[in-house]
Design a protein around this ligand. Structure first.
Ligand code: SF4
Length: 343
């Protein structure tokens, strides 16, 4: 913006902010925000706001205390996350079946641009309908492929790029379809956690005002998600976090929080019970305490109970991508001969 668009530094500092997820504590991720701030200061952007979602389960944190947000801003913020999630889902669902290489990526970029411009002009509804036409113009093959579900540490599981050695595209190249978890789902889990915390604190049976507020927020997000999915022509699904918590209780103490909390184990059970994937890959950066040390310790038990779904856990350490790929390739080999599912 400074170098290409010529926007003065002070304007950039005043008008923009970088919003990202904060670490859950035990690893190096908690240090990233400090590093971002240092890099910005060294690049001449001292004072540029780097804001974090924390995941303490407190309602103020869920609603991003620290940034002066009006209710309208908050709705816009959730709205942007939901649209991003749905476009990402369209991308990974359609890309393995595209007829022309690069068609899906290009159409998604085009759709994103249309929506971006539409929101700027306050014509979001019109822009979503226009984007839907672009998405619908993607031509796909009628094929069957095994479904590979990606879970794990929040960033490693959701990024479609270098952060997980381009795992999504690697799976597609090897003949699988990626199934992934959304940021909206993670937000809903945080809202569930905040509600659960409030419920633990109350000493009477009557539901508190805070819980009601969270319940309304949760319902609004779900309705919005389905509505935008409908507008963009994609059938989308969000987890029932109350049910996930109930199912995981015999295996995971839901008082324990950190990283994905009990969600990795709970999703494994849900996927296995409902036969939603052929293979689950749990991916995390080296040293992720909550995913590697806590969840993975329990996942073996779940694999024993539900052997119909293959499960592997991989870390993206700095050693080499080759080890990472070879472990995944071995697991993929097993499911390539399994049942095949059409998306
Ligand atoms: S989830 Fe894992 S990698 Fe992420 S901040 Fe927590 S410990 Fe670190």
């Amino acid at each position: 913006m400074r170098d290409i668009e010529g926007i003065p530094v002070q304007t950039i500092i005043q008008k923009y902010a970088f919003v990202t997820a904060g670490g859950c504590g035990p690893c190096r991720m908690g240090m990233y925000a400090t590093e971002y701030r240092k890099a910005l200061r060294d690049a001449g952007f001292g004072g540029f706001r780097v804001l974090l979602f924390t995941r303490s389960g407190d309602i103020q944190d869920v609603l991003m205390d620290g940034l002066q947000l009006t209710k309208i801003d908050l709705i816009r913020f959730f709205f942007a996350i939901i649209i991003g999630d749905i476009l990402n889902l369209v991308n990974i669902r359609k890309r393995p079946f595209e007829i022309e290489t690069g068609d899906v990526d290009n159409k998604i970029i085009e759709a994103r641009k249309i929506i971006y411009q539409g929101i700027e002009k306050k014509q979001w509804l019109k822009s979503l309908i226009k984007a839907r036409k672009v998405i619908k113009s993607i031509k796909i093959k009628n094929e069957t492929k095994p479904i590979i579900h990606i879970m794990g540490e929040f960033w490693a599981k959701s990024t479609d790029g270098e952060g997980n050695y381009n795992l999504f595209r690697f799976i597609e190249k090897e003949g699988g379809v990626v199934s992934n978890e959304t940021v909206t789902d993670w937000l809903l889990h945080q809202i569930w956690r905040a509600r659960w915390n409030l419920k633990q604190k109350r000493d009477h049976k009557i539901i508190s005002f805070g819980e009601i507020q969270l319940l309304i927020l949760q319902s609004l997000i779900k309705v919005f998600f389905s509505f935008i999915g409908l507008l963009l022509g994609e059938k989308v699904h969000l987890s029932n976090h109350g049910k996930l918590a109930m199912d995981v209780k015999p295996f995971f103490d839901i008082h324990v929080d950190g990283g994905e909390d009990h969600m990795e184990v709970a999703h494994h059970i849900h996927i296995a019970k409902n036969k939603l994937a052929d293979l689950i890959i749990s991916v995390k950066p080296f040293t992720c305490l909550s995913s590697s040390s806590v969840s993975d310790g329990i996942q073996n038990k779940i694999s024993e109970l539900y052997p119909s779904v293959e499960f592997i856990s991989v870390e993206t350490n700095g050693d080499s991508a080759t080890n990472f790929y070879s472990r995944i390739q071995m697991a993929l080999q097993k499911v390539m001969t399994h049942k095949k599912i059409t998306i």
